[in-house]
Design a protein around this ligand. Structure first.
Ligand SMILES: C[S@@+](CC[C@H](N)C(=O)[O-])C[C@H]1O[C@@H](n2cnc3c(N)ncnc32)[C@H](O)[C@@H]1O
Ligand SMILES: Nc1nc2[nH]cc(C(=O)O)c2c(=O)[nH]1
Ligand code: SF4
Ligand SMILES: [Mg+2]
Length: 210
């Protein structure tokens, strides 16, 4: 299968429980909850997305003919030698494209694999770190994993709905946008009174790295 990749770059994981970890980010093109066109945003299931995932024209992006070719490109982007190799598949919605062939190819190159997903599609076996970030209007299909990272606040997705699912970490991430300051204060307040939840800041934005 060919893979459509918007961009591919080395950076530190900026969010969640693995924040600060050296990673290669592979951002797949396309999402099932928004076309990515601004004219469609208001009517989309997911309206607050902070990401351009349309096309294959970003740094390191392109069409990769098969898993071996994409795995070689990810390995070439990794700057850390043979130690602690780690790739984060995101998007767009990565589970539209991430399959067993790519999971196997990354493991064969010595990488651990993380995925950032909206939870509407089941993850293939073998992924080492599953981060689910629920969105309104859809039942979660992927209901277990390592990290549940809820963008906050979302009226239709209150944290109480997710707190008893089978995840190891429960993170609240303030919604970026015009109300970011207010949303951060609200997330801090929620974590103080619901200590199962921890604050996830988008630290890459704070320090100006991708
Ligand atoms: C761009 S999404 C791609 C992965 C997948 N489609 C998803 O939604 O989880 C990556 C992460 O950014 C989060 N995110 C998107 N827009 C955001 C915003 N405006 N503020 C804070 N986090 C946001 C998502 O919830 C998700 O955890
Ligand atoms: N540094 C950095 N960390 C991230 N964690 C999740 C991201 C994403 O867009 O999925 C992201 C991102 O875009 N950059
Ligand atoms: S599901 Fe993820 S990639 Fe898709 S529009 Fe929402 S935040 Fe963006
Ligand atoms: Mg991002």
């Amino acid at each position: 299968m060919a893979y459509m990749v918007k961009e591919l770059f080395p950076t530190l994981q900026g969010e969640g429980a693995q924040s600060g970890r050296a990673s290669v980010f592979c951002r797949f093109a396309g999402c099932n909850l928004w076309s990515g066109r601004e004219t469609d945003r208001e009517a989309a299931a997911c309206t607050f997305c902070d990401t351009d995932f349309v096309g294959t024209n970003g740094p390191g992006g392109g069409r990769f003919a098969d898993a071996a070719t994409l795995a070689r490109a990810i390995e070439a982007a990794w700057r850390g030698g043979t130690q602690a190799r780690h790739v984060v598949f995101t998007g767009g919605e990565p589970l539209l494209q991430l399959d067993a062939a790519l999971v196997d190819a990354m493991h064969a190159h010595g990488f651990t694999i993380a995925v950032e997903t909206n939870g509407t599609i089941a993850a293939p076996p073998g992924i080492d770190w599953i981060c689910v970030s629920p969105k309104p209007g859809y039942d979660l299909v992927q209901r277990s994993g390592d990290e549940l990272k809820l963008v906050y606040p979302q009226a239709a997705c209150p944290p109480e709905r997710y707190a008893d699912l089978a995840f190891h970490h429960f993170m609240l991430q303030p919604m970026d946008g015009p109300d970011q300051g207010k949303n951060t204060a609200a997330a801090v307040s929620y974590c103080l009174t619901h200590p199962r939840w921890r604050l996830s800041l988008q630290t890459h934005k704070l320090i100006g790295i991708p």
